[in-house]
Design a binder for this molecule. Structure first.
Ligand code: ADP
Ligand code: MG
Length: 227
């Protein structure tokens, strides 16, 4: 599914160049879930943006099913993002003025489905995350845990081949975090979805089917966990 070789990403900052990713090599099989744990500043969000085709690496290759996201044309990259990659950004990334249903359906706009079909698929995705009954609520009327579920439904609604999650449990209370972690575990088991989760959350990391550790732009130890 994913094959990363020598992936480096440099940024210019006021303090000089920053190497957010420093020679990352990774192999992620189709249907695998990889949790990447590391402290703030380790390069987790940068890694996720590179995997999602939102940013290109400075050096190295990011092959997704044989297509190198580092060098593919912008048009093809946009299409891959729209069709194949579902992303939950840090904080969820919902639009405040729209209902849960409209937020989820919005992810289908680039796929040129009919509005009625978009609504139906959005309802289905919201059911799947346990929020069918609250589909007409805007994010402001939902608790933080439920907002994260809507964001997850938004990423899942197009049935992507790849799901990328940036700190899905950050800032949640223990109860909401456990609920979301259980929901994620259910997804990992149920679907043949390739999933990469980056997190600072110890509890989520402990539940990982496969765990990588990241520090200073490098992916160190990868372990496949029992379970
Ligand atoms: P994490 O998500 O693990 O906290 P990031 O990927 O956000 O880490 O950042 C890794 C490093 O790269 C940090 O030092 C951060 O300041 C730097 N960085 C990330 N994005 C940018 C950017 N757009 N411009 C400059 N520096 C950046
Ligand atoms: Mg981050």
């Amino acid at each position: 599914m994913y094959h990363l070789t020598g992936v480096t990403k440099s940024y210019r900052s006021a303090q000089g160049p920053v190497r957010a990713l420093d020679g990352v090599g990774l192999w992620i099989e189709a249907g695998d879930t990889l949790v990447v744990q590391g402290p703030a500043g380790a390069g987790k969000s940068t890694l996720l943006r590179v995997l999602g085709g939102v940013e290109r690496p400075t050096r190295g290759s990011v092959e997704l099913d044989g297509t190198d996201l580092a060098t593919v044309t912008e048009a093809r990259l946009a299409r891959i993002r729209a069709e194949s990659i579902g992303t939950v950004p840090h904080g969820g990334g919902l639009t405040p003025g729209l209902s849960a249903r409209e937020n989820v359906a919005g992810a289908l706009v680039p796929l040129r489905l009919r509005p009625a079909d978009r609504g139906e698929l959005a309802d289905e995705a919201l059911e799947k995350v346990g929020l069918g009954a609250r589909r007409n609520c805007p994010p402001s009327e939902l608790g933080e845990g439920d907002r994260r579920r809507v964001a997850l439904a938004r990423a899942l609604v197009k049935r992507p081949a790849v799901l990328l999650l940036d700190q899905p449990t950050a800032g949640l209370g223990a109860g909401e975090r456990d609920g979301l972690a259980a929901l994620l575990e259910g997804l990992w088991d149920e679907h043949r979805l390739t999933c990469v989760v980056v997190t600072e959350d110890e509890v989520l990391a402990r539940r990982a089917p496969r765990l990588a550790t990241m520090s200073r732009g490098r992916v160190t130890a990868i372990a496949r966990c029992a379970g």
